[in-house]
Design a protein around this ligand. Structure first.
Ligand SMILES: Nc1nc2c([nH]c(=O)n2[C@@H]2O[C@H](COP(=O)(O)OP(=O)(O)OP(=O)(O)O)[C@@H](O)[C@H]2O)c(=O)[nH]1
Length: 134
């Protein structure tokens, strides 16, 4: 049995809009939408992980505002993830795409117009129901 992979993701809110990122063509789950982030490394905290990943993937320095409830999703027999979301603020940096195909800034109420990775669906629902950012 495979261990659950712990993944952090950032819901970065600026001017009431949420940063959504489309996975690259050559990544797993190609071209699906996600909140940027990645796997927690050995001896790393979830908080350090999300700050590191956002700097690596988007060249942005972020602040953590709130940790949300994590969700679990089993993609296959040997891939199950725990997705740990953080509401984040922008601190500094110019957005540069290092891995993603595209990013869009979207209001909470329009998040369901995108085709999301399955593990993100409960998080997206929560953001819409609670009108995050609005
Ligand atoms: N960063 C991020 N990963 C997510 C989200 N939703 C979701 O299912 N994932 C999955 O969680 C894993 C995160 O891995 P990663 O971003 O560090 O690296 P990766 O794509 O190279 O991983 P992989 O090749 O093993 O799939 C991926 O399998 C990704 O598909 C999300 O909202 N954000």
């Amino acid at each position: 049995m495979q261990a659950i992979i712990r993944v952090t993701c950032a819901i970065i809110i600026v001017n009431d809009k949420i940063l959504c990122a489309q996975r690259g063509k050559n990544m797993s789950h190609p071209l699906l939408w996600e909140f940027p982030g990645g796997k927690i490394e050995k001896d790393e905290s979830a908080e350090s992980c999300i700050k590191r990943e956002i700097m690596e993937e988007l060249n942005l320095e972020i602040g953590i505002v709130q940790k949300l409830k994590s969700t679990q999703h089993k993609y296959s027999e040997n891939k199950e993830i725990e997705l740990i979301p953080f509401i984040c603020s922008y601190i500094s940096g110019e957005l540069k795409l290092k891995e993603h195909h595209e990013v869009r800034w979207i209001s909470a109420c329009s998040l369901n117009t995108l085709d999301w990775a399955e593990a993100d669906l409960p998080i997206v629902r929560n953001l819409i129901e609670n009108n995050y950012g609005d």
